[in-house]
Design a binder for this molecule. Structure first.
Ligand code: TRP
Length: 366
């Protein structure tokens, strides 16, 4: 139950790779704003290593390699361990227990209708024989993550909507079957369209490590430059004088997502704003290189403080480790409380007290 109407956030990432600009606009930036808004009583950020294993069972080293990496990404964008709990899924046993209990409340037919999982199955090329049960059922485990913390709010991308809906169904089923314990969460979507799904630098799809079309928060200045210079723009814009297309042009998509008004007067004073620049590009007479150079400055304004902060944390990895350790301990405590309430409602709390003995005595007297 939302006993005291606390506002609790739970969100997370699979540690399968370094985080990139898509993660930054889609979630990290928002998390930092939410953290600093003071509007929430609790913020929990879960590094979902167990979930990552559901389709990486044969590659645990990859997950291990990315634990510290993802923690560094969090810390370098401004997640503050004094305000947000960063914790590691595999270190929180209550999540496993809850997953197992919730599995009985969800049908396999319902799971197979989850559109996000469906498309992930397709993308990974799993056929029926190759589909791991753990991957198929990970929305149940994600529901355990969310409910164990009694999260009211899950900031996430639109691809997570089916997970939250599944979670809400589990909460309703649990509460009506066993009694009110769990809290129905709400998703908190990113504010704008570009933020929902930042395309990769190739303009083809959502930015992703596996597609090799990303700019990473940990990329150095030179790498960012090279990537922007190779960015997909408008293939019909051959000569500077040609009219160009702004739609589907990654340079403008990224400027939409990242540029600020003041950056024009500072770096590109011939335009007062992005619309004016777009207009010129569309009409013809504005070259790609000039646009790209501006975008590099815009990105650097954002990335260089992140890079500095990362360097600071990279010099103190034992502290990063301790942050994960203490966050995970906090999470164990919180989630064990929920698990205890769940077990009590499910009447499987035999060893909490000896009352099952009295139950038995009443039972045989009947
Ligand atoms: N499924 C999420 C992703 O792939 C990661 C995740 C795991 C998560 N548990 C969560 C997100 C709980 C929100 C809430 O990015």
């Amino acid at each position: 139950m939302a006993e005291d109407n606390k506002k609790i956030i739970l969100t997370g990432d699979r540690p399968t790779g370094k985080l990139h600009l898509g993660h930054y606009v889609g979630s990290l930036k928002r998390r930092v704003e939410l953290q600093n808004s003071g509007e929430y009583d609790e913020i929990n950020i879960l590094i979902a290593d167990d979930q990552a294993l559901t389709d990486n069972a044969d590659n645990p080293q990859k997950i291990r390699d990315n634990m510290i990496e993802v923690a560094l990404d969090y810390l370098s964008v401004g997640i503050d361990p004094a305000k947000s709990t960063i914790c590691v899924q595999s270190g929180i046993p209550a999540l496993h227990a809850l997953t197992f209990y919730y599995s009985n409340l969800v049908s396999t037919a319902r799971l197979s209708r989850n559109p996000t999982v469906k498309s992930e199955i397709q993308m990974r090329g799993f056929d029926n024989e190759g589909l791991p049960a753990g991957f198929f059922t990970y929305p149940i485990s994600q529901s355990a993550d969310i409910t164990a913390f009694k999260a009211t709010t899950v900031p996430a991308g639109e691809d997570q909507e089916p997970m939250i809906e599944q979670c809400r169904e589990i909460v309703r089923k649990f509460n009506s079957t066993y009694g009110d314990v769990l809290v129905e969460p709400k998703i908190l979507l990113p504010e704008s369209k570009t933020m929902l799904r930042l395309p990769g630098i190739d303009g083809k799809a959502k930015m992703s490590k596996s597609l090799g079309n990303g700019i990473f928060l940990s990329d150095d200045e030179k790498t960012v430059k090279t990537k922007v210079m190779s960015m997909y723009t408008d293939p019909t814009h051959v000569n500077v004088a040609d009219p160009g297309h702004v739609e589907g042009n990654m340079v403008f998509t990224y400027l939409d997502a990242f540029s600020h008004q003041e950056q024009f007067s500072e770096y590109l004073p011939e335009y007062s704003c992005l619309d004016e620049m777009k207009e010129h590009y569309a009409k013809g007479g504005l070259g790609d290189v000039k646009c790209k150079k501006f975008l590099i400055k815009v990105l650097e304004d954002m990335l260089s403080p992140i890079r500095k902060e990362r360097a600071k944390w990279e010099a103190q990895i034992p502290e990063v480790y301790d942050i994960l350790l203490s966050g995970t301990r906090d999470a164990v405590e919180k989630t064990n409380e929920t698990l205890e309430e769940v077990r009590e409602k499910m009447k499987i709390d035999y060893f909490k007290d000896r009352s099952i003995i009295a139950d038995w005595e009443k039972w045989i007297q009947k």
